[in-house]
Design a protein around this ligand. Sequence first.
Ligand SMILES: C[S@@+](CC[C@H](N)C(=O)[O-])C[C@H]1O[C@@H](n2cnc3c(N)ncnc32)[C@H](O)[C@@H]1O
Length: 329
Amino acid sequence: MSEIRNPTSFVIEPKFLSVQLPPFFINHPTRCCRLSSKYLYCGIELAFLWISCKNRDMRLRNIPEAKEIVANSPFVLKDAEALRGKWQAFTGGRPLYVEIGTGKGRFLMELAAREPERYFLGVERYESVLMRAVEKMEGKLPQDPASVLERAEVKESQRNGAELPEMTGIPEEAELSKAEHLLEEADLTEEKFEPPENLRFLCMDARDLPAVFAPGEVAKIFLNFSDPWPKVRHAKRRLTSRNFLAVYEEFLANGGILEFKTDNRDLFEFSVEEFDAAEHWTLTAVTRDLHADSVLGADNVMTEYERKFSALGNKICKLVAVYHNEKEE
Ligand SMILES: C[S@@+](CC[C@H](N)C(=O)[O-])C[C@H]1O[C@@H](n2cnc3c(N)ncnc32)[C@H](O)[C@@H]1O
């Protein structure tokens, strides 16, 4: 009886082979291999997508009450579209500065307190993130046991006149978030936090901002530590991509400024190229080490991510670009 033996002497009957493999496979083995590798690749991509969604959920910690907290906060503007074309009246004639992707809002809280002659708006698309900014504005802190414990530690160290823990080397994720938390809490426990009257938030996607601002209504845009979207096919989602520059052009004033900070070098170089290639934008300042730059680094306000990544030893990059709109001249 004829038989096929593979290297491990596993016996396969030819009869069995012909029953198992469809005739198409026998006739077109190369096409079949190509097809099956395509399906395998799709499967792997889907698996990665699923894992990254799971991780993202974990990072964002979908907080069920966030929607309600954000919806009920007096610091979050509702029906902002009704203000389109009326922002000057709303801000009392003060220039409007907008941070896109504001996160937990620390940057704007400090800036707004420092510059009462300007009006600040923080735009964040996730309620679970914006909720943290709202809680800070309302003087409330998360009441989970870990945070209560950490606050007690800060109070204790302040009582003893001790410094907050200094981070050396590359801290573990847990260590890092704890230190980050301690620093945040310390900001608020030093003195009673007064929410700046010239700061409000919007919970929405930056893509939809032209429905909220009329042409020329925004004087300045801040982009701080925007998501890097490292895959080339996701480049359009980067907040410094030409697609987003076109969105900003719809509402930034002629001569308006955009400032961008990041520790992600690839995203930064991509952004410099996008501004260089854009017809209506001129780069006026670029640094790849903001904290060592005596001009751009002066009066720098740190964001949550900036603290975290500079503590890891990462250099912070910054660019400043001016928008020219000849139509408005
Ligand atoms: C990496 S975090 C940085 C947070 C903060 N700016 C900082 O520096 O600490 C980026 C934030 O931008 C927000 N974001 C990203 N794309 C956005 C978009 N299209 N519209 C509004 N927010 C966006 C994300 O939800 C996230 O909270």
